[in-house]
Design a protein around this ligand. Structure first.
Ligand SMILES: [Zn+2]
Ligand SMILES: [Zn+2]
Length: 136
């Protein structure tokens, strides 16, 4: 949760820069594999009835290589843009919730452990980056 008081957004906009844990964003490790605190930088601007937020997150995501299924991690940066329509009854917006949904919905990128990953032998299952097998 990254709660921002709408009243605290000055006319020139508000910049935030904070590190949030996965749990702090409401993510569980079954949903996503993130290995560092998530750095969130955002610029929020209030125009009329809407708050526009341009956000950028950085964190180290864990992956399985798409070819050899080796576990690996990669620092990634992702940018988002959110519009919050303001309701006079609501004093806060939760930027964290929007980011949480984006992270969950993001298609797991097809990541390779290295560009020339040789993958797994379809016959014997050996990781061909590590050893050679005798299959033809
Ligand atoms: Zn690989
Ligand atoms: Zn083989």
């Amino acid at each position: 949760m990254i709660k921002i008081s709408i009243r605290d957004i000055p006319s020139k906009g508000l910049d935030i820069d904070r590190d949030v844990s996965m749990e702090g964003l409401g993510l569980s490790c079954e949903e996503v594999d993130i290995r560092t605190p998530i750095n969130v930088k955002a610029h929020l601007e209030k125009t009329g009835n809407v708050v526009i937020a341009a956000a950028r997150i950085r964190a180290e995501f864990g992956f399985l290589c798409a070819r050899c299924l080796q576990e690996m991690s990669e620092a990634q940066e992702r940018s988002y843009k959110f519009d919050f329509e303001l309701d006079p009854a609501v004093e806060y917006i939760d930027l964290g919730e929007e980011i949480r949904q984006e992270i969950i919905m993001a298609n797991p990128a097809r990541v390779l452990c290295r560009k020339d990953c040789k993958g797994i032998c379809p016959k014997c299952g050996v990781n061909l980056n590590v050893e050679k097998c005798k299959c033809v």
